[in-house]
Every structure is written in structure tokens, then in C-alpha cells.
Write a protein that binds this ligand. Sequence first.
Ligand SMILES: Cc1cc2nc3c(=O)[nH]c(=O)nc-3n(C[C@H](O)[C@H](O)[C@H](O)COP(=O)(O)O)c2cc1C
Length: 321
Amino acid sequence: MYFSGMNFNTAALYLAPLAGISETLFRNLARKCGADAVISEMVSAEGLLRAGKQTVRLCAFDEQERPIGIQLFGSDPDRLAAAASMVESQFRPDFINLNAGCPVPKVVSRNGGAALLKDPVLFEAIVIAMARATTIPLTVKIRSGWNTGDWVDEEFARIAEGSGAKAVMLHARSKSMRYTGEAILERILLAKKAISIPLIGNGDIRTADDALRMIRETGCDGIMIGRGAVGNPWLFGQIKAAMNGDPVLPPSPAERGRELLAHIARFREMYGEFYATREMRKHTAWYLKGSPHAAIFRDRIFRAKGTTELEKIAGEAFGIS
Ligand SMILES: Cc1cc2nc3c(=O)[nH]c(=O)nc-3n(C[C@H](O)[C@H](O)[C@H](O)COP(=O)(O)O)c2cc1C
């Protein structure tokens, strides 16, 4: 039995889809630290329909991660609808998310991701086809436009609502901005006003204050957090505390260190030593972000030959053993 009562009106904090980062362990961590819902890394509809092993693996999740959405990218309405139906029957997530915001050349060159923002007719056909193909809610993640100034977020949010989507996630940047500049809160405000389904705001939330400001200035129904949670999953709990008017307490160095050690151990157990060394080098550096010793340890982290060495560095860096 899967959770079918996903309520986009009450889920306040979402972990953003982050290719290469938001795999099952990271999503579990985000949920443990206060995220209300998580989304998978983007999954190719074509890859899934061809049942590529790697693609299928991207869709697997634990029950504790619920509510979870699986994100699909592609450009063909029928193929995306078939993939959505397959995701529902094989993996039973709580919702499906369409990627209409990814700026990566590999995706947009095949008319997927942010390229959909150039074609409202195709976008509408895709949302209609995917919504019809599944019984679980379909949500869409868009950017504010392809080119800065040529904003299409209000139009695409309306199309999504009119075509059967149950919520819209908006990364308030243009595709051409990629990740530069700042997310534009006014775009979230305008998109929120344009629709009556929930609008989830996204972009540049690094602190609890950033989150409160986004809610205050846009009236958005929820917040999606990506990079700010990387190395700092506690951000979710801090935002919750701030929303309740409670003090925002950062984790102690020992707490950060213990979570990192547990993360390394779980990663090794799940993916094996080789992959864990490669991926946990990045995570270790992220956990150390902002700490006074980050620069000193950085070199050692990226030269570490195995996870045992990473654990030693983590212990030293956070003063635990
Ligand atoms: C490394 C990385 C991977 C990403 N992967 C995806 C993805 O798979 N699907 C997607 O819709 N967005 C993806 N994004 C965009 C994020 O979901 C999010 O919209 C963006 O980073 C802005 O939010 P933030 O400022 O909280 O990070 C990715 C971003 C980064 C930095």
C-alpha cells in the first residue's frame, strides 16, 4: 500500500531533485532532518522504457522516504505518459514530477528539460498525456523562462494547472542564467497569483531567514531546497523551527561529524568502496563547508584513497574519533 494522500497544501519543505546527489541515502537524511517530501534525481523516460538497469535503479526508494516523487524528463508526450504509467505501477511513488527546467545540454539538445519552456503547445500535450496516464498526482518543475526577461512562468503554471497538474515547482531563474545571479522572488509571487494549485518556490535558500523571506514576499505554498541542503541537511529542521518561531540552532561540530561518519558508512555499505570513496569525497567537503578548517582539509579529502581515510579526516576535522 503506498501513500496516495500527498497533500501539496501542507507539505512545506521539499528536497529538490539533484542529479548525482539526491539518491536514496541523501533523501533519507533530508527526511530525517525535516524535509516533508523528496524528489528523485531526474530519470530519462526513454532510458526507463528501455529498462536500462542504471535508470531503473534511480527510481528505487525506501518506505521512510515517503512522500516521494519520481522525476521524469523527455520530450515526447506518449513516451513520457508510458514512462509515468510504468513508474506508477512498478515503483508506486506518491507523485510524479515532470522536469521542465533542466539547462544541461545533454537534456535540452533533445528538447527535454528547460527546452519545453520554448514550446507551450508541446508542454501542454505532455502534461495532459502524463496526467491521464497515472492515478497518482502529477507535478511539474519549471524555470521562469528560457531567456532572462522573456518570462513564461505564469503562462506555464496556468497551462500546467489547466492540463491536470496538482502542483508547480518554480526555480525562479531563466535557463540562460543557469545557476548564476539570484533567484527572482517576484517571479514566484506572480506565478503563485496565476494559479490556484499549490506553487512551490525554489532557488537560493541557504538559511532559515532566506526561507522566511521567500514565504513572506511571495506567499508560496511550499519551498524546495537543493544546494543549501547539500552538506547541511539540518537546514530543513532550522527552517521548521523558524516557521514555528522557535530558536534556530545550528548542529554542533560533533553532531555534524557523527552524521558524516554515518553517511560514509551507509554509502560504503550500499554502493561499495570504490563508488563510496569517489562520492563521499564530495560530501565530506560539503559537510565541512563554512567551517574554519575547510581549506586545510580540502586537499586531503580529495587525495583520500579510501573511505577509511575519509573517516579519519572527518574525525579530525570535527574533533571526534
Ligand atoms: C548538481 C545539481 C543537480 C541538479 N539536478 C536536477 C535534476 O535532476 N532535476 C531538476 O529538476 N533540477 C535539478 N537541479 C536543479 C535543482 O533542483 C534546483 O532547482 C536548483 O539547484 C535551484 O535550487 P537551489 O538554489 O535550492 O539549489 C540540479 C541542480 C544541481 C546544482
